[in-house]
Design a protein around this ligand. Structure first.
Ligand code: XLS
Ligand code: NI
Ligand code: NI
Length: 441
């Protein structure tokens, strides 16, 4: 294995390999077999797993009731650059051992922000150069980069939607640097998650003006990156709330409308996150269907919520029914457009061993792999597709077909209604559909 730094952080753990579901080795994949062909592609090419830098190498488990519980050896360095390099060594060791192809980052996951804008810029350049080398040596790629425009107190009233223009400009400066870093690392996409783009109270908010500012801001960022030759896709990651009471990128349908309103629809697609879907009172499958219906199913942030709690718990995925339903939509849509499956998930605060994060990613990858296999079986061997198609068969020929082609007006419908008389009820057969999913699991 290609370790660049000489220190090994995840001691005693080798490369995680596929051993099949009969294996009792906890540090092996049971379902994720990267080279296995499903629906014309390898699992690796379908799923394009990515590790989220922020949770896996930065998140120490702090919560509102207590400090972190993880003791990351790379955090021991007092010098920001030493700490960032050590963290990058650990990150690339982990990603390589997992056998994943991708990672994702926020600018200040890579290195601590400096005391001034120009100090931060200097630090970012230094660590990007270092990571460039790590990428080259390991073959690990960047699925997407993004900027953290939500943690620093200066963004407490928003970044591109801040009522103070100078804060908006500061965010613009930061995003320019984050785009530069993403392009320097051959990032395949760039994400905007509007963490504080929303409001705490409408009483002090001019919503229309803030939306206009956000639309213009995204266009400005796009124009800059395109001018530098960036060919990748921009993703918006919807989330309805948290940290704000209300976030403008509420859900997939809201964002699709917003992108069209501001002329961004040709450059932007969606990065959908399971726990954000559930916070918006949707299923992940719903969000994916909406995105796919508009040709905007770009990428996935994989995790799960807790159905008894109402916040973004970001747990690793393990709900096979939920993920299977999502993978049905995934296959129907022909996969993701440019993106991959990023584990935007964190281990629990009381998971404190260095191997816990391996168990977490193995479980997440196996859940997606297993769901992909099941969904493919459902699509190819069950009556699922035929049953679904049959519900719409009245549109396949005759008057239904004419209607779809736009050939009937309201008077035509009136005539058909009159001559039909009363209609027989057509069952939706939901329980049968549910049983098919269960049968193939
Ligand atoms: C937070 C978001 C965040 C984005 C990237 O809820 O999921 O982690 O994925 O800024
Ligand atoms: Ni996310
Ligand atoms: Ni999230």
């Amino acid at each position: 294995m290609a370790l660049i730094g000489n220190k090994e952080y995840y001691k005693g753990i080798g490369e995680i390999r596929f051993e099949g579901k009969e294996s009792d080795n906890p540090l092996a994949f049971k379902y994720y077999n990267p080279e296995h062909m499903v629906a014309g592609k390898t699992m690796r090419d379908h799923l394009r797993f990515a590790v989220a830098y922020w949770h896996t190498f930065c998140g120490v488990g702090a919560d509102p009731f207590g400090p972190g519980t993880q003791n990351f050896p790379w955090d021991d360095h007092s010098d920001a650059i030493d700490a960032a390099k050590a963290k990058a060594d650990a990150a690339f060791e982990f990603i390589t051992k997992m056998g994943f192809d991708y990672f994702c980052f926020h600018d200040y996951d890579l290195i601590r922000e400096g005391d001034s804008f120009s100090e931060s810029e200097k630090r970012l350049t230094t660590i990007v150069d270092y990571i460039k080398e790590k990428k080259k040596a390991s073959g690990v790629k960047l699925l997407w980069g993004t900027a953290n425009c939500f943690s620093n107190p200066r963004y407490m009233n928003g970044a591109s939607t801040n009522p103070d223009f100078n804060v908006l400009a500061r965010a613009g400066g930061q995003i320019k640097l984050a785009l530069d870093a993403t392009m320097a690392l051959d990032g395949e996409n760039y994400v905007f998650w509007g963490g504080r783009e929303g409001y705490m109270s409408l009483l002090n908010t001019d919503m229309k003006r803030e939306l206009d500012h956000m639309g213009r801001f995204l266009a400005t960022a796009r124009d800059y990156a395109r001018k530098q030759g960036f060919k990748g896709t921009f993703f918006i990651e919807p989330k309805p709330m948290e940290p704000m009471k209300h976030q403008y990128d509420f859900d997939a349908a809201t964002v699709v409308g917003f992108l069209h309103q501001y002329g961004l629809q040709d450059d932007f697609k969606l990065n959908l996150e399971v726990n954000h879907a559930t916070l918006a009172s949707h299923t992940m499958q719903h969000e994916m269907e909406v995105a796919a219906a508009h040709g905007m199913l770009g990428s996935i942030d994989a995790n799960r919520g807790d159905y008894q709690n109402g916040w973004d718990t970001d747990q690793f995925p393990n709900n096979i029914t939920e993920v299977t339903e999502a993978m049905l939509t995934f296959l129907k849509a022909g996969g993701l457009q440019g993106g991959g499956i990023n584990f935007d998930a964190k281990i629990r605060r009381n998971s404190t061993d260095m191997d816990d994060v391996f168990h977490a990613h193995i479980g997440g990858a196996d859940t997606f792999a297993r769901a992909l296999l099941i969904a493919d079986k459902i699509m190819t061997s069950s009556s699922y597709n035929a049953l679904r198609k049959k519900r719409y068969q009245s549109f396949d020929s005759g008057k239904g077909k004419e209607y779809e082609l736009g050939k009937l007006d309201l008077n035509d419908l009136y005539e058909i209604a009159r001559s039909n008389g009363e209609l027989e009820l057509q069952s939706g057969k939901q329980e049968l559909f549910e049983n098919i999913i269960n049968q193939y699991i």
